[in-house]
Design a protein around this ligand. Structure first.
Ligand SMILES: [Zn+2]
Length: 99
């Protein structure tokens, strides 16, 4: 589908699987390096960004999605789970995964 730079040094081709409607990368040799820390030190606005993202997501979940915010949701690659914690505090049934 396209190529994107990962970790400011790896050019990675992204592929599309029509069977499961997902993008994926093959042979991600940089995965361990990418997840050596879930939050990079330079990410100084992580709390504020997550609060704003939670409010935007709450609006989308409640106003746009067919289940009107009553579904189960997952934040894939959700770091330490801050967004999930905020969404639960807003009353949504949220989960997260993080390798
Ligand atoms: Zn697939």
């Amino acid at each position: 589908m396209f190529t994107a730079e990962i970790l400011h040094k790896y050019m990675v081709p992204y592929h599309y699987c029509a069977a499961c409607d997902h993008l994926f990368v093959s042979n991600p040799t940089w995965m361990e390096e990418a997840y050596s820390d879930a939050i990079v030190q330079e990410d100084t606005d992580i709390a504020a960004r997550n609060i704003f993202n939670a409010l935007k997501l709450a609006a989308i979940d409640f106003l746009v999605l067919g289940d009107r915010g009553r579904g189960k949701y997952v934040d894939v690659a959700g770091g330490y789970g801050l967004l999930t914690r905020l969404m639960r505090d807003l009353g949504f049934d949220y989960y997260w995964s993080e390798p």
